[in-house]
Design a protein around this ligand. Structure first.
Ligand SMILES: [Zn+2]
Length: 299
């Protein structure tokens, strides 16, 4: 069985040793528990690479023969290069796999580094931890931005969170600058831009008491999620969709299912299901490692 280091980078960096699709070490985090999040956004690329390298070396300490390192981070990732990353903009254009490999060699660890999109990492992690490595798994990560993950990994862009869910010219809150995007309605950052006087938590709280502006937005938010999911169903078929990320707390499943029913009418497509799952770092770390192991097997 191969020893793989899985790493996930979003609001925090978390690394762990994974053996046979299971976590085999404690998780190493930066910033550590209790410290303030947001430190990563300020960090230049070489600082990020150095910090990731330190986490990987810590996670690898107890074992020899690390077969591969898998890293998941937010953005468009192709062939080890971050082509774009609206939520970690300093990484745009970074040849992150090469940078990290070189840094690891300096620390005596000579291994392959596989980099994937963080939502794809979550999808791989859910497939592995739920024993569904033979199935199509799709996941929406509802956080600062909106990620779309798919397992098994196939080449492509898959920026489903930037799918168009509105033709309204006023819908321009997406972090990427594009108009009418799902993330421009559902992303945490976008919600704060839309409601300058209220936090997203307060908006959804006020919707419960019938505040019209907030209730209208709650409906729009669920319609956006239903529309993007319906689009994926019409492209790749029905099946399992997971919802995760810190903003799943705002999801009203009956409302979402009602909109989905209105949007998906063809009978062969109606056997879809939607499930909320906890966003734990362990699943993401396992997913990054599983993806790295599968990539190593392909080469
Ligand atoms: Zn966008």
């Amino acid at each position: 069985m191969a020893n793989i280091i899985g790493v996930t980078l979003s609001e925090r960096a978390v690394a762990g040793l994974v053996v046979d699709n299971k976590l085999a070490s404690t998780l190493h985090c930066f910033p550590e528990d209790g410290e303030e999040d947001g430190a990563l956004i300020e960090m230049p690329t070489d600082g990020l690479v150095k910090m990731l390298c330190e986490q990987i070396i810590c996670a690898a300490k107890s074992s020899k023969d690390i077969a591969a390192v898998g890293v998941a981070l937010p953005g468009v990732i192709r062939s080890g290069v971050v082509e774009d990353s609206p939520n970690l903009p300093q990484l745009k254009g970074a040849r992150i796999a090469d940078l990290l490999s070189a840094k690891l060699v300096e620390h005596g660890l000579n291994t392959t580094v596989n980099v994937i999109n963080d939502a794809d990492g979550m999808a791989s992690g859910l497939a592995a931890t739920q024993g569904k490595l033979d199935r199509l798994i799709r996941v929406w990560t509802l956080g600062i931005g909106i990620g779309y993950g798919r397992y098994p990994f196939i080449d492509g862009v898959w920026e489903g969170g930037h799918g168009i869910v509105s033709l309204d010219d006023k819908e321009r809150f997406c972090g990427c600058g594009g108009r009418g995007h799902m993330e421009g309605i559902m992303g945490h950052r976008a919600m704060r831009l839309r409601f300058l006087d209220m936090e997203p938590e307060e908006v959804f709280e006020a919707a419960k008491t019938g505040d019209k502006r907030c209730l209208d937005f709650k409906r729009l938010w669920h319609k956006a999620l239903a529309a993007a999911t319906a689009t994926e169903i019409h492209q790749e078929g029905s099946g399992k969709f997971f919802l995760t990320g810190f903003n799943v707390r705002f999801v009203d499943l009956p409302m979402l299912r009602d909109y989905l029913q209105q949007m998906v009418k063809m009978s062969p497509l109606q056997s879809y299901s939607v499930e909320i799952v906890a966003d734990d770092a362990e699943t993401r770390v396992i997913g990054s490692a599983v993806a790295a192991e599968q990539a190593a097997a392909r080469h």
